[in-house]
Design a protein around this ligand. Structure first.
Ligand SMILES: Nc1ncnc2c1ncn2[C@@H]1O[C@H](COP(=O)(O)OP(=O)(O)O)[C@@H](O)[C@H]1O
Ligand SMILES: [Mg+2]
Length: 215
C-alpha cells in the first residue's frame, strides 16, 4: 500500500536547516493498522502530511497504492487526496457557514463520482451515528466542543471511503469511552482492507495497532 524510499525532508528555520527525515524508508501492507509514536517534534505530523501529498520531500519517493505521489502535479495530487486519502489533521478546519452534515458531505460532492444526493446523505448519517454525533448534524462547527469537532473531522475524512486513512492524534481531546469507539472504528476499517496510520501517544490506542513504529 505504502512504500517510502530514501526520504529526506528538511526545513529552513531561523537556526539553520532542520533535517526531519534522512534516508527514511517504510513499507506498509494493505489492511495494516499502523501506530506511529515519537516525541513532540519527531516528525509524526510531517510524515502524515507527506503521505497525504500536502508537502513534498526534498528527495526520495513515496508510492501509495501503486501511484508514485511524489511524481504527481498539484491537480493530480488534489484528486488523489480527495479519492484515496482520509486525512484527519491535528488542526481542525471546517467551512464555518456550512452545518456539520454539509461539512461531512462536501468531499463526496467534490469527488464527481456521480452519486445521488441520497446515497451521500445516507453514508454521512451512518458515519455521524457511528461517531456518536448524529444529534449535532444541523449545528455549525463553531458551536461544538473540540472533541465533537474532532469526530466531525473523522466523519468527513471517511465519507469518500478512502483506502488510506491518516489520523494525527485524533483522540487527543476525546474522553476514554469515545477513544475506544474511535479506535475500534479504525481497527474495523483496517480489518476490511484499508490501511490506517494512527499517530498517537495513547497506550490504549497503540495496543490495538498491528504494528507500532517510533520516530
Ligand atoms: N513548515 C515548517 N517549517 C519549519 N519547521 C517545521 C515546519 N513543519 C514542521 N517543522 C519542524 O519539524 C519538526 C517536526 O515537526 P512535526 O512533524 O510537526 O512533529 P510532531 O508531529 O512529531 O510533533 C519540528 O521540529 C517542527 O518544528
Ligand atoms: Mg504533530
Amino acid at each position: 500500500m505504502i512504500e517510502i524510499k530514501n526520504l529526506t525532508k528538511k526545513f529552513k528555520t531561523s537556526h539553520g536547516t532542520l533535517t526531519v527525515f534522512d534516508a527514511f524508508n517504510l513499507a506498509v501492507k494493505d489492511g495494516t493498522f499502523l501506530g506511529v509514536q515519537g516525541k513532540s517534534g519527531a516528525g509524526k505530523s510531517t510524515l502524515l502530511s507527506l503521505l497525504a501529498g500536502l508537502q513534498k520531500p526534498d528527495s526520495g519517493s513515496i508510492t501509495v497504492d501503486g501511484t508514485e505521489i511524489t511524481a504527481l502535479g498539484e491537480k493530480q495530487l488534489a484528486a488523489f487526496r480527495n479519492r484515496s486519502v482520509g486525512y484527519i489533521s491535528q488542526e481542525q478546519s471546517f467551512l464555518e457557514n456550512l452545518t456539520v452534515f454539509d461539512n461531512v458531505r462536501l468531499p463526496a460532492y467534490i469527488s464527481k463520482r456521480c452519486e445521488a444526493d441520497s446515497e451521500i446523505s445516507v453514508r454521512a448519517q451512518k458515519l455521524l451515528e457511528e461517531l456518536g454525533i448524529a444529534h449535532l448534524a444541523n449545528q455549525y462547527p463553531q458551536d461544538l466542543s473540540g472533541g465533537e469537532n474532532h469526530r466531525v473531522l473523522i466523519a468527513r475524512a471517511l465519507i469518500n471511503d478512502p483506502k488510506l486513512i491518516l489520523a494525527d492524534e485524533p483522540t487527543d481531546s476525546v474522553d476514554s469511552d469515545r477513544t475506544t469507539a474511535i479506535i475500534t472504528l479504525f481497527k474495523g476499517l483496517a480489518q476490511s482492507g484499508k490501511t490506517v496510520i494512527l499517530v498517537s501517544h495513547d497506550e490504549q490506542a497503540l495496543r490495538l495497532c498491528d504494528e507500532v513504529i517510533c520516530l
